[in-house]
Design a protein around this ligand. Structure first.
Ligand code: ADE
Length: 224
């Protein structure tokens, strides 16, 4: 998979890709992530990427020209499955969206700033709009990093058996069951005996029951 991220703040985006699982995925060649600084696509000597909105009102709008130039350049080099725009008015990210994106070959992610991008960018290029929740961030960069993390960990080969995504919370619309590690007793608090029993069919059944109970209690909406 290849992900091209278009941003005015590449420095804000780099560190999540320089540690742990994302770093390893890149080193293994399972994903390529490229950052494109929108200011490199400006024609103006001030490297201007935003301007006042037509019709008046507070807040700047990201201009169409540099974004169109950058996306058109990328599209001339290869085919893209999706151009994703990070925006609080997009579809809320969930596991099903992440699963779908993990099967794609080439993705562009456009990070918004200020009051967002000129609507014509969305009409012309954007094929998916994603929000990471009902709150407003200062820009789309952190949201893009969240999407990349959720997607890249699902690419076959990125996680090993111990970190397998198959048993993640949400993967089957259930929250994950409680987990424990050593010691078996800590300050009088004991690990459920079933987990020490070695009876794996029973353990699996217990985990399923716990997952269902937790989902009923915390996220009944997932069961609807
Ligand atoms: N940009 C600003 N806020 C955002 C959000 N909640 N999700 C995605 N992109 C955003």
């Amino acid at each position: 998979m290849r992900i091209d991220i278009i941003t005015v703040l590449p420095e804000l985006l780099k560190s999540p890709f320089e540690a742990s699982i994302l770093k390893r995925a890149i080193e293994k060649g399972l994903v390529e992530v490229h950052f494109h600084n929108l200011r490199d696509y400006t024609t103006n000597k001030y490297k201007q990427v935003d301007d006042y909105q037509f019709g008046g009102g507070a807040g700047m709008v990201m201009m169409i020209e540099p974004i169109d130039k950058c996306i058109s350049q990328l599209k001339s080099e290869r085919d893209y499955d999706d151009v994703i725009y990070m925006t609080p008015d997009g579809n809320t990210l969930n596991q099903s969206i992440a699963n779908g994106l993990s099967l794609k070959e080439n993705l562009i992610i456009l990070c918004g700033h200020y009051k967002g991008v000129d609507q014509r960018v969305r009409d012309m290029h954007v094929t998916k709009e994603i929000s990471i929740g009902d709150y407003v961030l200062s820009g789309g960069e952190l949201a893009a990093a969240v999407v990349c993390d959720a997607v890249i960990r699902l690419i076959p080969g990125v996680l090993n058996d111990e970190t397998s995504a198959l048993t993640d919370t949400f993967q089957d619309n259930l929250l994950a069951p409680p987990v424990y590690t050593r010691p078996a007793e800590y300050k009088g608090m004991e690990v459920p005996e079933i987990l020490l029993s070695g009876n794996f069919p029973k353990i699996e059944k217990w985990r399923e029951e716990q997952a269902l109970e937790r989902t009923k209690a915390r996220r009944p909406d997932l069961l609807e």
